[in-house]
Design a protein around this ligand. Structure first.
Ligand SMILES: [Fe+2]
Ligand SMILES: [Fe+2]
Length: 255
């Protein structure tokens, strides 16, 4: 049920597959002088994640808990981690902190603004706000600069239990997942706005070598090209339809 792989030195992908919804949830642990957990995970997954992280390090030593946006799979277990790790603090963007996290969490967030950088020891993380990409006003991502790992949350969503990592292109799988999602009850999972393409191209300018995806395989390869391809896929699947006032689900405007 839980699979853990090391995607970079001391950066672990801890993944839990939920067969009922055919979806994998990945959490990324950076075992460093000041350990970071990216994705606190669902509250219901906390006991399982705690047990798994205990095999890698003492979870009470976690110092930073990051996530893209305020949603249960990103930060539902935040307070449970803050309770067992007394020096830990949430790290998120200004909007996330002021709108949700500082009310929800038992300790206030460390607030990051565009291109703020913090170190965990050997690794350096840059915060890049990405409003409404993948979704949520508060959305942002972390980019680890030494290994060039982009912690990209729900971007590149793939359904199912796939291989933990791959060097083969994931874009067709992502396109299929997006089409499948739009046709089902989770339609409108990702909005398409006039900022979407620019946000994805901006992320590509950081030239990530690893895309640490929340739902699906971690991708090793040309992250810049993958982000450009994702921008094209999202425009193809979501953009023109939205401009015409319809979506694959037909729910916008009651159509
Ligand atoms: Fe999400
Ligand atoms: Fe997610």
């Amino acid at each position: 049920m839980v699979r853990t792989v090391e995607i970079a030195p001391d950066i672990f992908r801890i993944s839990v597959y939920v067969p009922e919804i055919n979806l994998e949830f990945s959490h990324f642990l950076v075992r460093d002088e000041e350990p970071l957990l990216f994705h606190a995970g669902l509250r219901g997954m906390f006991p399982l994640l705690r047990q798994e992280i205990s095999r890698l390090m003492d979870p009470s030593k976690i110092r930073h808990i990051g996530f893209s946006h305020f949603e249960s799979d990103e930060c539902g277990g935040l307070n449970e981690w803050l309770q067992i790790a007394p020096a830990a603090e949430p790290v998120c963007g200004l909007v996330g902190a002021l709108v949700s996290v500082n009310d929800f969490a038992i300790r206030p967030a460390r607030v990051l603004t565009r291109d703020d950088v913090f170190s965990t020891g050997r690794y350096r993380f840059r915060f890049i706000p990405t409003p409404h990409v993948p979704h949520g006003w508060d959305a942002g991502v972390l980019f680890e600069e030494s290994e060039k790992t982009l912690f990209c949350s729900d971007l590149f969503h793939q359904w199912g239990q796939l291989e933990p990592t791959t060097s083969s292109s994931i874009i067709e799988c992502c396109k299929d997942a997006l089409l499948q999602t739009e046709a089902g009850p989770f339609a409108n999972y990702v909005p398409y706005t006039h900022h979407t393409g620019l946000v994805l191209h901006t992320l590509g300018e950081y030239s990530p070598k690893t895309l640490a995806v929340m739902h699906g395989s971690t991708y090793f390869g040309d992250g810049r090209q993958a982000l450009r391809d994702l921008a094209s896929v999202m425009r193809e699947v979501l953009g023109p339809k939205a401009e015409q006032g319809t979506t694959a689900s037909g729910t916008i405007g009651g159509r």
